[in-house]
Design a protein around this ligand. Structure first.
Ligand SMILES: NC(=O)c1ccc[n+]([C@@H]2O[C@H](COP(=O)([O-])OP(=O)(O)OC[C@H]3O[C@@H](n4cnc5c(N)ncnc54)[C@H](OP(=O)(O)O)[C@@H]3O)[C@@H](O)[C@H]2O)c1
Length: 331
């Protein structure tokens, strides 16, 4: 019998996640039948959506991982083969590919050949966060050369890529991040202006960096930041609502100025999205991103922490800004 560990949501999140929200359980995987195989987690992703989405108490915490086949009765998935899937915070997963609907439900894929690149990138720039930046920015903001782009969460997995794509498209880019080290890195990526939102007045910083206003705003943060940013949008500005990390832990609905008259008078186009609306185009987005990486036009960074047993601690540190670039857990 093969044993597997999984992290369970023990209690509903209320405010900031805490240790008591999580419980580590062990389970025994059944004997393999023909066609089945077992994969061992190699890299697990921790992402802000794990806080934002609600999923049932008692179920495995949601999430994607890159895993290596360790036992197999399926010649298409031999031992050593790398796969990726949303199987949650599990150390080992039994996969039965005779149930395509199950595979679809966990977005099961073989990790593509990434050449010299690490397979963990399939969870970052060459995976969901990279595609969030690619489609969420290009499709919704429709940036044009010479325009001014604002992105917050600029040192994160998504934001750092959005700003670099905006530079490739010939835009002026303003970024906000939460520490000097993060701001220095973001500046090194080619952003034109970078501010530490914890230390500056956002309104004054935007006046200084965007005296002619903002055309495209890619929002990872929401809340007060967005109330301020709205005032700096140009006529016919486009806003891509990607995330609202500043309010994920809020226990009361955030109160702010009503945005309606600003949206109306500036004739803004504001659109929220979930990246999987472009799932069928992920191959196209990944190919373009890989090309930009190979050409040196896009740089990426990972913060890799170790230990499956440390998943909750690493997840909680992500929400507090411990990562630069994509936060990854090495199992
Ligand atoms: N719509 C979609 O389909 C989709 C897909 C992926 C991600 N997202 C969203 O995109 C955003 C970024 O995700 P990511 O994976 O790239 O995460 P990330 O930016 O790599 O990590 C989260 C970062 O959020 C920042 N943060 C935490 N609290 C904050 C606050 N109160 N105000 C401002 N920043 C705060 C921290 O950086 P600082 O040190 O800079 O504060 C932290 O490092 C999240 O809102 C996420 O939910 C949406």
């Amino acid at each position: 019998m093969v044993k597997s560990k999984k992290w369970i949501l023990a209690t509903k999140f209320e405010g900031e996640p805490k240790d008591s929200n999580f419980k580590l359980e062990e389970e025994e995987l059944p004997e393999l039948k023909d066609g089945e195989f077992i994969c061992d987690a190699v890299y697990l992703s921790v992402d802000p959506y794990m806080r934002a989405h609600s999923f049932p108490v008692g179920s495995c915490v949601i999430g994607e991982q890159v895993a290596k086949v360790s036992e197999s009765k399926n010649k298409d998935y031999p031992v050593g083969c790398l796969v990726q899937m949303y199987s949650g915070w599990r150390s080992r997963t039994l996969v039965d590919p005779s149930k395509p609907e199950d595979l679809e439900a966990v977005r099961f894929l073989k990790v593509p050949d990434l050449g010299n690149l690490k397979s963990s990138l399939a969870l970052g720039i060459l995976g969901m966060p990279g595609m969030t930046a690619y489609f969420g920015f290009l499709e919704i903001c429709q940036p044009k050369a010479g325009e001014t782009v604002l992105v917050n969460g600029a040192a994160g997995a998504v934001g750092s890529v959005v700003g670099q794509i905006a530079k490739i498209k010939g835009c002026k880019v303003i970024g906000f991040a939460g520490s000097k080290e993060k701001c220095d890195w973001v500046k090194s990526l080619g952003f034109d202006h970078v501010f530490n939102y914890k230390e500056v007045n956002i309104n004054e910083s935007l006046k200084e960096a965007a005296p002619d206003g903002i055309d495209c705003y890619f929002d990872n943060v929401g809340g007060d930041f967005t109330s301020t940013a709205l005032q700096h949008m140009n006529l016919f500005g486009r806003i891509s609502i990607c995330g609202g990390i500043s309010v994920y832990n809020a226990t009361k609905p955030p109160i702010g100025p009503s945005p309606y008259m600003t949206i109306l008078s500036k004739q803004l186009k504001i659109e929220g999205f979930i990246v999987y609306r472009w799932w069928k185009r992920f191959l196209e987005g990944k190919a373009e991103m890989k090309k930009w990486i190979d050409e040196g036009k896009i740089k990426y960074r990972e913060t890799v922490e170790e230990g499956f047993d440390n998943m909750p601690k690493i997840f909680m540190s992500l929400l507090k800004g411990a990562n630069i670039g994509k936060m990854i857990v090495k199992a």
